[in-house]
Design a protein around this ligand. Structure first.
Ligand code: PHE
Length: 339
């Protein structure tokens, strides 16, 4: 049996030293020392030997197993070392290549959001952060959109499973929160990300940013609304901008208006961006609807108010002449590097 073992050891060591990958090494180790491995099978014959022989052969077999294990480990190291040497020899880095400019900067939406916040802060507004997930109540009911109202279909909503919550479709969903947690006078803007289940094109996105504004004070009217929006836009564009107001419908304002910008791409001549109208629909606004105020327990004889909401994405597009809203969510570095 000892002879058998000596032969096995010789063959095994030779073979191990010829192996060149870790995988083959593991396979061979199993072949030799595993449960049905060659050495294990030979050692099963131990039980037929007399006690004396058993002891000698047993001892010999143990030393042999240790030796073989050691050879396995050494070969593993050799394989690793060879791999590293090969990599070092065949991989190289061109240290003369110019280094890419990596100065970090903010996304254009964030930059303009901060500009908007600045201008409103100067007008005495507080800045709130909107909630991306909200209740059906805050998103619809609290702003006068009852269950049966067709306005609920106006916005294709992402409903969350099970609990009736929604991804905010409008920052107006924050109006209720602001009113419940403050007492007038209130001047607040709420920038936030909103979600609509819509087809995406150059001027529509399923995920975009809005800024909500809400003012509740004494003797507040349309003139304040107009002044506020013009001030903000003139601040953002560093010049007087042309806006127009036309009647608009939103269930939470009465009267409601749409405010448009003259299109800066075609100077009002008509192009793809303004759908050939010369104007860019910019925002919804109006005096807050009496039903919404009743909901908040405010007395219309004492207070007056306005609210507005606009798409921050659209403002950024106008400011920087970006022709397609889809760029904002596209992580193409060539787009982002321009800001
Ligand atoms: N929430 C409206 C929208 O998403 C905008 C709006 C806000 C209109 C406040 C009027 C008043 O389009």
């Amino acid at each position: 049996m000892i002879q058998q073992l000596i032969l096995l050891e010789k063959e095994a060591i030779e073979h191990i030293n010829s192996i060149t990958t870790e995988e083959m090494l593991t396979l061979f180790k199993n072949d030799l020392l595993g449960k049905t491995g060659k050495l294990t099978v030979i050692l099963k014959g131990l039980k037929d030997l007399n006690p004396e022989e058993k002891q000698t052969v047993g001892k010999f077999a143990n030393t042999l197993r240790d030796t073989i294990n050691l050879v396995f480990e050494k070969q593993k190291e050799t394989i690793k070392q060879r791999w590293i040497e090969e990599k070092l020899a065949n991989t190289w880095i061109d240290v003369t290549l110019p280094i890419e400019e990596t100065i970090p900067h903010l996304h254009p939406i964030t930059q303009v959001r901060m500009d908007v916040e600045d201008t409103f802060r100067r007008m005495g507004y507080e800045i709130y952060e909107s909630r991306e997930i909200t209740t059906e109540y805050n998103n619809f009911d609290a702003v006068n959109v009852p269950k049966t109202h067709p306005a609920r279909d106006m916005q294709d909503t992402f409903w969350l499973e099970g609990n009736g919550n929604v991804l905010s479709t409008q920052t107006s969903s924050m109006q209720n929160f602001i009113l419940k947690n403050n007492t007038p006078p209130i001047r607040a803007i709420i920038p936030g990300r909103v979600f609509r289940n819509e087809d995406v094109d150059a001027t529509h996105e399923n995920t975009f940013y809005q800024v909500e504004g809400i003012v509740i004070d004494k003797n507040i009217g349309m003139d304040h609304l107009k002044f506020t929006i013009r001030t903000m836009l003139s601040d953002i564009f560093w010049k007087e901008v042309t806006i127009r107001m036309r009647p608009g419908y939103f269930p939470f304002v009465e009267p409601g208006v749409e405010i448009d910008f003259s299109c800066p791409f075609c100077s009002g001549n008509g192009c793809k961006i303004c759908k050939k109208t010369g104007w860019i629909e910019f925002m919804g606004a109006g005096l807050i609807h009496p039903n919404v105020l009743k909901e908040w327990g405010l007395n219309p004889d004492e207070y007056s108010w306005f609210a507005f909401g606009f798409w921050l994405n659209r403002l950024v597009m106008i400011k920087y002449g970006i022709p397609d809203m889809r760029y904002f969510q596209n992580p193409d570095i060539r787009f982002l590097k321009q800001f």
